[in-house]
Design a protein around this ligand. Structure first.
Ligand code: F6R
Length: 248
């Protein structure tokens, strides 16, 4: 997996924002839609801040952009403070000119009986849009991508999953306490992610260094879901120096 290392997360985020802006503009020039797969969590916050800046200062338009988010807690109300739906609106969508009809996020309010159909439909919508041009990923300390926890199949598609306890602990800071963290989530699958034409995984800080090393230099192993990205032909890891510290 090619690795691009930057001195800090600001520089790394800026380079990914530039790639996204270039892609959006090249699609615009051809009157085509640009299909982006997006992540939440602390990692992409400065990327979204930079995209908002490019919209405000350089007139980057999102009118031709269609987005599909990786995952959402389940169950969760769309407006809940911790929902990924709210996160995306607060950090990106509310500040750019994207058409709300072009925003797709797994539905944390879907009824239990409808989840299977909802997940199938999500896959179909991605396909109907022509597939994801560029998928943005973060990485969990346990190697998860989206909420595909260790052991997730390379063939997995969008589905309801159980969060690892380590993931619930890692994300507890967003909630009042650990018992408030949902036990389930809806996530794109590994195969959904691997179908994206291009993938950029970002990781910042020393905490991610061990799992970045295993993902890039270790064996392809379903116990380290991010290592499955070695199977993709156009995937780059964008790291700061601390996240890259254990690479040989
Ligand atoms: C979020 C997602 C997760 C996070 C990962 C890292 O949509 O898919 O895989 O990218 O848990 O989270 P942070 O960025 O908070 O360290």
């Amino acid at each position: 997996i090619p690795v691009n290392i930057y001195s800090d997360l600001k520089q790394g985020s800026r380079s990914v924002a530039r790639e996204i802006a270039d892609l959006i503009r090249s699609k615009q020039a051809k009157w085509e839609k640009c299909i982006l797969g997006l992540a939440t969590g602390s990692t992409p916050k400065s990327l979204y801040a930079e995209l908002v800046r490019l919209h405000k200062d350089e007139g980057l338009s999102f009118k031709n952009v269609i987005t599909f988010n990786l995952d959402e807690y389940y169950p969760i109300e769309k407006d809940a403070l911790q929902s990924y739906n709210r996160f995306m609106h607060v950090h990106l969508f509310d500040h750019v000119d994207i058409d709300p009809a072009n925003i797709h996020i797994p539905d944390g309010e879907a009824s239990k009986e409808n989840i299977k159909a909802h997940c199938l439909r999500y896959e179909q919508l991605i396909e109907d849009a022509g597939g994801i041009d560029l998928q943005i990923l973060g990485i969990g300390n346990n190697g998860h991508i989206g909420f595909n926890e260790p052991g997730s199949s390379i063939y997995s598609r969008t589905r309801l999953v159980t969060l690892d306890n380590s993931t619930r602990i890692a994300n507890a800071y967003e909630f009042a306490n650990i018992s408030q963290v949902p036990r389930l989530a809806i996530t794109m699958g590994i195969s959904t992610i691997l179908k994206a034409k291009r993938i950029v995984l970002m990781a910042w800080g020393p905490g991610k260094a061990p799992v970045v090393q295993k993902s890039v230099e270790g064996h392809v192993d379903e116990q380290i879901p991010a290592s499955l990205l070695q199977q993709h032909n156009d995937c780059t890891f964008v790291l700061d120096e601390m996240a890259a510290a254990e690479l040989t």
